[in-house]
Structure formats: C-alpha cells, structure tokens
Design a protein around this ligand. Structure first.
Ligand code: TPP
Ligand code: MG
Length: 467
C-alpha cells in the first residue's frame, strides 16, 4: 500500500515542472514512487526526486558573505570583483589597435610560420583545391543559367571559396553544419553531387525540398547539412540547440553555424552566442566577414572592431583569421573543433574575406562600391590563387590535372542542368503536404480554389507542374 500524504509545496513544484498540475491532484511525499490522481482516477506514478532539496542557494549565500578582504573585493554572484577608486570607463573598441588576423600563407604562397599551423596531407590539400575549383565552375555555370532565365535566382561564393571548403575539410562528417547561403563549399566537400545541386536550383521532383524553396536553399540529411533558412540568423540559435543535444548525448561531434557580418546585427546572433556560452555548447560560430551585407558596408554595420570582440563579450573563446588563407582556416577550425568537442564550449571564428561578386542575381554592386576595390580583392587577394601558389611551391599541383578537373566538372554540370531541367516538377499537391497530418479545411479549400484557377487560366500556370 502506498499511503496518501499531504501535498507539500516542494512536490507541487516538482509536479508543475513536469506539467502534472491537474485539478484535484493528490500526491505523496517520499523517496518511494508516488501516485498522481486526476479527476478521481489514477493516472500513473512519479518518482519524487530530491531535485528541489538543493542546498545550492545556502552554499552560495555562505560563500558570498565569507569575507576576508571586504574593502578590496565585492563578492558578487559569478565571481569576486576587485574595487577601484579610479573612475575609469572601459573604452569603446577602437580601430587604432585592432585584433590581429591569424595567417599562415602569404600572398606569394610562402608559409609565414614554422609550426603554428596544422600540416595538410597532399591528398587533402589537392581535394581542397579541386573542390574550390568545382565551386568556382558551379558559380560560373549556374550564374549563367540564371541569366538565361532557366533558374529564378542564384548567388555565388566568389572570393570566399576557401572559407567553406577549408573549414569543411577541418571538420568531421558527423559535425552538423548550419549554413547561411554562401557556403555550398561544405556540401561540395561532403560529397553532395552536382546533380543534387541542380535539382534544388531547378526545384524539380528530385529536389529534397520538393521545389518549395528558392534556389540555393540546399539541405542534406545524408551530409548533416541543415536546410538553409532565408531569414538571417535563424541557424544560429538552432546550432546552439543541436550542440547542446550532442553534448547531452555524449557525442564526439559539434555543430557549426556559418553566417555573414550583416547577420551579427540580428538578435538571434546575440541570443545564440549568449546561450552557447552559458550552456557550454560545443558549437563553432564561423562568421564570414566579407565587408558587405548587400549594400551595407561593415563601417555602417558596427562600431566595434569587427565581430571577434563580440565573442569575448559573451565569454566565448574567439579568433580572427585571414579568410582567404585556406591553411589558416583549416588550422583554426581544426583547433576550434578539438576545443569545442573536448572542452564542451563554443568558439567564435571571424574570417576576414571579401564578397567579390554581386550579393545575388538581384543585385548590382557597382552602384554602391568602387570597381577598383573589387578588382583588388579578386586579383591580389584571391584565395584560390593563393592556395594554388602554395601547392605549386610544394610541387603538388599539376597544371594538366587542374585542366582535366575543370573540363570534367564543366561537362558534368552542363549534363546535370539538362537532366534537372527535363525532370518533372513536384505535383501541385506537394504545396499542401508535410505540415499537417490531416489537411485542415481552410487548406483544402485553398487547394480546391487553386485547382479551379489553374483550369480556368492554364496559360498563366507552368505547364511542367503536374496538377
Ligand atoms: C531577417 C532578415 N533580414 C533581412 C534579410 C534580407 N537579406 C538577405 S541577405 C542580406 C545581407 C546579409 O549580409 P551578410 O550576413 O553579411 O551575408 P553576405 O550576404 O555578405 O554573405 C539581407 C539584408 C533577410 N533575408 N532576413
Ligand atoms: Mg557580408
């Protein structure tokens, strides 16, 4: 027999926390199983845990008021704070003394440090280079396809090829990537095929998103790559949640959130960083600071010394790196990953780079920035050329191999585009699927109206969408 005992506030709290607060609730207080009664019926048993018997509060108060040097330090929750009689405001971060930028390969392809980087194997280095070339070729051909009106939208990674490819190379395939949109290089590295890219861009029935998303919103369960969200910053708190769950499941993996400089002005960036720091979530934040957020320059975006200093503000280990130096990216991400996974903590990387292309096919950047500036970054600071110089210095790059790779990728891409174009679009019914188990009446009504309208005005609807 399990006796009824008076319900104490302690138990009520426990039950409240577990969503068991029902009318006429009776429960027992003991270390044994307790029974919960709801409207006169037994609904199950709960363990009364010692969770709310915590002595933490008492311990903290004790700590707070044990003083030895009262006049020099303030005992404050979170740690002692020294007193000072000097009225000194912390200075705003200035651009006079900026946080330096970690670099390994200089502009002529020479290594600038003897041992402060991670050595790359020849096969890894060649794959990185080939993947950057694949990315460039994809950008040229898909961009043209948009200009020809074959796809509705596109956006290139020009000038930023090293960040996505070299960071992916430094990660483990189990690490969950949450990209913004300028990081298809992660997918290229992980083996997403050119056909899979084309299917998404053309929104055909083989697209995993069933043609519901704009082009470039790739996603792949197989490659641990979350589907891109259009609203900036969405992926940042999501990555923190994923990292926290990886930690709770004791997985040797981390989450990686990629985002641009402009996105650091979103609330989700700040909420995400703070949450990650407090939870000790194994997440790497990789900010591609490419100087521009469409037409907003970084000078208009923030007064701080870029993004790296914001990590410190939230209590996150942070580094600024040269985002056009593949070896610096590889080394920093490798190190960040090992710290995140082993020490269960977030790490922030600010990678300085430059968006060489227009923001997207809907933009003309010559309207708001100097052509000279673009040319400088395109020619003198080009990340792919710089990596090629280093490979050549090592005797690892074969011009013949490179040419063969370029022509093969080009051919495969043209074929992938043709296939994707020929493949049927997902049927109209897919517009209404996958949200509700049973379609609600208002959506049934909308589907019906849409079908009638397509019949009445067939010339206004795409003929390749099965009705
Ligand atoms: C919440 C939200 N606000 C505005 C936009 C429109 N928008 C799309 S991309 C973009 C610029 C983002 O710049 P940045 O984060 O620096 O990335 P970049 O394009 O430079 O890679 C803006 C403002 C959006 N998609 N979502
Ligand atoms: Mg930007």
């Amino acid at each position: 027999m399990i006796p009824f005992v008076r319900s104490s506030s302690r138990n009520l709290l426990a039950l409240l926390n577990q969503n068991y607060l029902y009318p006429s609730l009776l429960c027992s207080v003991s270390e044994s199983p307790i029974l919960v009664r709801y409207d006169g019926r037994w609904t199950g048993s709960l363990w009364s845990t010692p969770r709310f018997e915590s002595t933490e509060a008492v311990r903290r108060v004790d700590q707070l008021y044990v003083h030895d040097n009262d006049d020099q330090e303030l005992d404050f929750p979170g740690g002692k704070v020294p007193f000072t009689s000097e009225m000194r405001f912390i200075g705003e971060s200035t651009i006079q003394k900026r946080v330096p930028c970690y670099r390994v390969i200089d502009e002529i392809g020479e290594i600038t440090t003897s041992n402060n980087f991670t050595q790359l194997r020849k096969d890894e280095a060649i794959k990185m280079y080939k993947d950057m070339i694949t990315l460039q070729t994809m950008d040229t051909i898909f961009y043209e396809a948009q200009r020809q009106g074959r796809i509705s939208f596109y956006l290139t990674s020009s000038g930023e090829e090293a960040i996505s490819v070299a960071s992916a190379a430094a990660l483990h395939p189990d690490d969950v990537a949450l990209a913004q949109y300028r990081e298809p290089g992660v997918l290229v590295w992980r083996g997403f095929t050119l056909q899979e890219f084309a299917n998404q861009l053309f929104g055909n029935k083989d697209d995993y998103g069933k043609g519901r998303q704009m082009p470039i919103h790739y996603g792949s369960k197989q490659h641990n790559y979350f589907t891109i969200s259009s609203p900036l910053g969405t992926q940042i708190p999501q990555a923190v949640g994923i990292a926290h769950s990886l930690k709770m499941d004791k997985q040797d993996a981390c989450a990686v959130a990629y985002f641009g400089d402009g996105t650091t002005s979103e609330g989700d960036f700040h909420a995400g960083l703070n949450l990650a720091a407090v939870l000790g979530a194994p997440v790497i934040f990789i900010c591609r600071n490419n100087g521009w957020a469409i037409s907003t320059s970084v000078q208009e975006q923030f007064r701080s010394d870029g993004v790296v200093v914001k990590g410190q503000g939230y209590g996150i280990r942070s580094i600024r790196i040269d985002g056009n130096d593949a070896l610096a990216i590889y080394s920093a991400v490798r190190k960040a990953r090992s710290m995140a996974v082993a020490e269960k903590m977030p790490v922030l990387i600010e990678a300085l780079t430059y968006r060489v292309g227009h923001h997207s096919t809907s933009d003309d950047s010559s309207k708001y920035r100097a052509v000279d500036e673009i040319e400088h970054w395109k020619m003198e600071r080009n990340p792919v050329n710089r990596f090629a110089k280093w490979l050549t210095n090592n005797g690892w790059l074969s011009v013949e191999d490179e040419y063969k790779h370029k022509t093969t990728i080009k051919k495969q891409l043209l074929q992938a585009i043709q296939n994707a174009e020929k493949t049927e679009k997902p049927p109209l019914s897919e517009l209404f699927n996958d949200v509700y188990d049973h379609l609600p009446s208002n959506l049934q009504e909308q589907e019906e109206v849409l079908r009638q309208t397509t019949k009445r005005y067939p010339q206004d609807y795409p003929s390749d969408v099965p009705l």
